[in-house]
Ligand binder design. Structure first.
Ligand code: FES
Length: 152
């Protein structure tokens, strides 16, 4: 149902800080919804702004759209969503985000230590991989990602 505070696509884009094309993409991906005026112009409920904000923040830390969609699909659209409902919908992200935080901390601490050094010291360098022992865990940067497989 149309509400007087619904946003045009231009207003929505300006308010959300994304190009109109991004809104169209999010909509085509089923992440946000709009409705059409009799003149076939898109209108967005203001609640869609929160969804766009969540999408943008999640994308900025590398959460795939498929996982963002899973969370957003758990949030009801037909009413104002409570803080508890958002927390419940996002709860499955906790472990994944904790893992990403730990990875970023390792990257910051270990990589930062070695930038500009280049010694690859056998005793102290956290990057040194004696006899490629970490290759036993698979390809890629195993010191940081461990033995888990990468997400698609
Ligand atoms: S390159 Fe020197 S400590 Fe890693």
């Amino acid at each position: 149902m149309a509400k007087p505070n619904d946003l045009s696509v231009g207003d929505m884009a300006a308010r959300a800080g994304v190009p109109v094309s991004t809104l169209h993409y999010y909509e085509a991906e089923g992440l946000i919804e709009s409705w059409r005026t009799p003149a076939n112009h898109r209108r967005y409920d203001r609640r869609e702004l929160r969804r766009v904000a969540i999408i943008r923040v999640a994308q900025s830390v590398g959460v795939p759209l498929s996982e963002i969609r899973q969370v957003l699909n758990r949030v009801p659209r037909e009413k104002a969503v409570s803080k508890d409902a958002w927390a419940k919908a996002a709860a499955p992200w906790k472990d994944m985000l904790d893992e990403r935080v730990a990875l970023l901390e390792r990257l910051r601490d270990q990589m930062g230590y070695c930038i500009g050094c280049g010694c690859l010291s056998l005793e102290t360098c956290p990057l040194y991989n004696v006899d490629d022992a970490l290759g036993q865990n698979g390809a890629g940067p195993r010191r940081w990602i461990g033995s888990r497989t990468e997400r698609a």
